[in-house]
Structures are given as C-alpha cells and as structure tokens.
Design a protein around this ligand. Structure first.
Ligand code: GLU
Length: 555
C-alpha cells in the first residue's frame, strides 16, 4: 500500500526546503514598532494602469509614513499575459511618479532579503508549502477534466447552487492515495487543490482597514493552488509571499474583497497570522450615465503613460489621486500647494468607499495650479525634460539659451495671483513658439496675420514703423503704455476705449487697437502673454526686425 509520502515524492521529486527552513530564511523583520510593510504586486501586463498607480501610491505612503518598507513584487505566473521587459517598463513608469520601492524587483538587480521578488522564481517556495499541505491533508491532486468541470457547472446552474468545486462536487477530495498515485504514474494531467473545511452557510468575521468590521461568507471552495503547468495561482502564491515577505498590510483593489474568506482560510490552514487588509475603492468612469471601471481599451487616461505623453506634471496626477484617497486632503493641499505630498498624513478611515469617478478636469485643475505656483526655474527644467523625451526639436531650442526659456516661463509668475496659462508642458510649447525666431518665421509663413480689417494696411504699416522707431523700451511696466498711447494719439487713436466711444468722429480707434497690431506683428496671434514682457524678452532689436519683416512682406 502506498502512502501519502509516495504520492508527494511522485509529485515533487526535487529537493525542497521545509517550512521551518523557510521560516528561518525569512526571519521577522527588525523594524520599529508600528512600521508597516506593504507591497505593490502587479501582474506585468506591459503598462501601468492609473488605478494601479493609485494602489501603489497608497502602499508607498503607508510604509513611508510609518517608517516601514514598501516592496514591489511581480506576480508573473500568468504566462499568457506576461510580456517581456514589462517589469522594467512598469518600474520606469512608477519612477516617473516617484513611486520607488524600498525593496523588491528593481530591474536587473533585486533589493532586499525576502526575495526572489518575481513569483516565477519562487517555485521551490510554493512547492515546499504545497508539499506541507499535502502532508497534513489540506491539499490533494485533482484529475477533473474540462468536461467534468463543465458538467459540474451545468448541474449547479440547473439546481441554482453556488458554482465551484466544493462539497459533493469535490470529486477528488477524498480520492484514495494509491489511486491518485496510479493516475499520476500513468501521466494523467492533474492540478493541486486546497482542501477547505469551511461551509458557505457560515458567516465569518473579518476586518478591513477602510471598511471596518465585516461579516463574510465562509469559504468552502477547494480552489486550485497549483495549476497543471506547475505554476501556483494568485490566491495561493500571494498568501505564501505575503507570509514569507512579512507583509503587514495588504493594500489592493476591492475586486479582491470577495476572495478574502478564501485567503483567510488558506492562512488558517497554514496556521499563519494573516496581514491586515485594506481593499481600495476602484476608480470608475461615468459612461452614458453608468459607472464602470477605467478601461485600458476604452479610456486613454487608464494608462499613466497618457499623462506623461501629454505633458502633465506627474505631481498633478499624484495630487489628484491623493484627493480621491482622503476626503481631507484637498483642504490641506489648498493651504500648501507645493508642500511634498509626504507631509500629508494619510488615514485609511478617511477613504471614501464609493469609488471615485475619474475626473480629468480635476487633474487639469491641479496641473494648472501647480505649474502656476512653481518657480520658473523648476517649470523650465521639467518642461525641458519633457521636451527631451517627447519634443526633441523644442529641447534643442531651449538648450540653446536656457535662461531665455526661464524668462519666458517667468512672465507674470512671481506674484500673488500668477497666471494660470499652462496645464501641460505641451501647452507651454504651444504658447512659447513665437519667442523663437525659427518658429516665428514659420508661423508667419503658415497663417495669415489676424489684423482687424477695419484698418487699412497702410495705416497699420505707418503705425508699426512709428512704434519701431519711437517706442520707449526703457520705461517700466507701469508706464510703458503711455509711450504707446503717445504714438497711437499721433495716428488718431484715442487713449482708451471710453474716450474713443465718447468722440468716435475724432478718433479712428483706441490704443488697445494699436497694441493689438503690435501684438499680432510680434506673436502672429491676438492672444499672447502681457505685451510688456513680450517686448522686453524679444528686445528692441528683434522687435524692429519683426516689424520690418511684417511691414515688408505680410501687409
Ligand atoms: N496581482 C494582483 C493584481 O494585479 C495583486 C493583487 C494584490 O495586491 O494582492 O491585481
């Protein structure tokens, strides 16, 4: 008669560590009291989802705030979904948002003593634990074929029963050991299932850091823990990992809340203390009045790369994510919009359970505010970094004279109510082009200048030439306009709109119209930053050159 050891020997002929050896290999962490160990455990699917960034951000925040450890573990056991290089890409995108793991998978080299941090490299650990479960009778091989499972499902459906592999449907649960061994020797495919002692008619207490006390339906599913391809399932692998990596706090999407009873069942079977759980609300999107998850296929903003490519300051998205994480965040932020987000004390209980609706306008709001508040040097540096990656032609322009770029960015910045012109770095490039002669000439050639047709070209020419010769560039911001007024007056333009309206027979327009002529000439557009700064930055000589060119060729 064969016994369980023969069966285990057949399933795992390789040498495996014992549980005691694993416990010793991964000792309790030496951390200060209250320090939390968290992890971000994505499946490397090739891109970082905005919802995953949210999860990672919270995990990092909680660890940082308590002097703990934030790990990155790649759950790469789903070979169908795995994409090569995806881990590195993920890490790179996380880094752009300053979500940098203290420990774990860090590209080529790992960091930390609780690895490997790639599930695909932890086979011996999973097998060791499964071996133990087989030995204590809490796991068994299951030979159910796809057809058998199909039949089981139809029967459950017909009888309106809970679907799954449990109770009387768990055909191989008590299958004789010698029979199982025989089938394995014959090469019959199998999986390993967990043997649950639960009953779905029972309720069990559970605690969630966000939701508080819960009563959940006890697990009674004999779930697969080792698949036919020899790889563990998420349910099992993450339990083993969180135990041996000494995770104290699991922060993950609320879609996992329904499998919490199963995870607790697994922890209990192994007599391990389970970590604390925080199931984070999912970020939804309103689609035709219905809430649904942000989807990579339908919503470009579901991938964080969208924000990077569009030129949003990464901190704007992080700020937005914090605003949906804690209801008191925005009030805090409004008082100190440039303070590091780390200074904000995050609390699980202040998280709304409703699941935020993703609001791109809110991200834009934060982006605008943040760019407006930052120092010109910083905006210029960040915008240049962005250009280097996404708009190299602009990066070249900027780098020719970085101080010139800073001056452009600095227009009306250092003041109590700075201008809020820019939401993204792309907006900056859009707005700044005319400051660069190369771009300016092209803009002149590409689009007709929008001069007011009310004034004939000869009048405009005469006025522009007068400005070119006589505008006083030495006057400060408060009084430069009087110099323009004088010139305007010579050409029958009233000092202001009010005077013009009072005596429309004497004047042909007002100084504002003249300013517009100059603005269009220098910038090719009716809208531009404050004309005084445009004049100062372009400088007298280039202003004269531009006027001469427009007068000669474009009027
Ligand atoms: N790999 C799982 C996911 O991507 C991880 C869930 C967890 O954090 O435990 O959703």
């Amino acid at each position: 008669m064969s016994n369980i050891d023969d069966l285990i020997g057949k399933i795992f002929p390789q040498k495996l560590p014992t549980i005691a050896e694993l416990e010793a290999r991964f000792p309790a962490r030496d951390l200060p009291n209250g320090a939390l160990v968290t992890r971000f455990a994505p499946s490397p699917t090739g891109f970082l989802h905005t919802g995953s960034l949210f999860t990672a951000l919270i995990a990092q925040k909680v660890a940082k705030q308590t002097g703990g450890i934030f790990m990155l573990r790649l759950e790469d056991t789903d070979t169908k979904r795995e994409i090569s290089g995806a881990g590195e890409k993920l890490l790179g995108e996380m880094a752009e948002f300053s979500v940098i793991p203290d420990e774990g998978f860090l590209g080529q080299a790992e960091k930390g003593h609780y690895g490997p941090y790639l599930q695909s490299q932890r086979a011996d650990i999973y097998c060791a634990v499964i071996k133990y479960l087989l030995k204590i009778g809490r796991a068994y091989p299951c030979f159910a074929t796809t057809e058998e499972l199909e039949m089981m499902r139809s029967e459950q459906e017909a009888e309106h029963l809970i679907p799954g592999y449990y109770g009387r449907f768990a055909k191989y649960r008590d299958y004789p050991v010698e029979e199982a061994l025989k089938l394995i020797k014959q090469g019959v495919p199998y999986v390993i299932r967990f043997k649950s002692y639960g009953n779905h008619e029972n309720k069990i207490p559970a605690y969630d850091l966000i939701r508080g006390d819960l009563m959940l339906t006890e697990n009674d599913q004999d779930v697969v823990i080792l698949k036919g391809d020899g790889l563990p399932t998420y349910h099992f692998a993450h339990v083993v990992d969180d135990h041996f990596m000494r995770t104290t706090t699991v922060t993950r999407g609320e879609e996992w809340l329904s499998s919490l009873p199963l995870h607790l069942d697994l922890f209990a079977a192994l007599k391990w203390k389970h970590p604390d759980y925080a199931h984070l609300p999912v970020i939804n999107k309103l689609d035709n009045g219905n809430k649904r998850k942000l989807s990579k296929r339908k919503d470009p903003e579901a991938a964080v790369s969208f924000f990077l490519e569009d030129g949003y300051p990464p901190i704007a998205l992080l700020t937005y994510l914090m605003s949906i994480a804690n209801s008191n965040f925005e009030e805090w932020w409004a008082l100190q919009p440039l303070a590091p987000l780390n200074d904000f004390e995050f609390t699980f209980t202040k998280m709304s359970l409703e699941g935020a609706l993703f609001d791109i306008d809110k991200v834009r709001f934060f982006a605008k505010e943040i760019i407006a508040q930052q120092k010109a040097q910083q905006v210029a540096r960040d915008a240049n970094e962005f250009a280097k990656r996404y708009l190299p032609a602009y990066a070249k322009l900027i780098e020719k004279d970085f101080d010139y770029f800073v001056k452009i960015i600095n227009i009306e910045r250092d003041k109590p109510n700075p201008r809020k012109d820019y939401t993204t770095y792309r907006d900056i490039y859009q707005a700044m082009q005319f400051f660069y002669d190369e771009c300016y000439y092209k803009m002149l050639a590409d689009n007709p200048l929008p001069f007011n047709p009310q004034y004939d070209p000869t009048t405009i020419k005469t006025i522009l030439l007068d400005i070119s010769e006589n505008l006083d560039f030495s006057l400060p911001e408060e009084s430069w306009f009087s110099s323009l007024k004088e010139i305007a007056f010579r050409h029958k333009f009233a000092a202001n709109l009010k005077t013009y309206k009072k005596e429309p027979d004497i004047y042909i327009g007002h100084t504002g119209d003249v300013a517009e002529m100059l603005r269009i000439t220098l910038t090719t557009s009716k809208n531009s930053p404050n004309l005084f700064y445009v004049l100062q930055i372009i400088g007298r000589k280039r202003v004269q050159e531009r006027i001469a060119l427009v007068v000669e060729k474009y009027l």
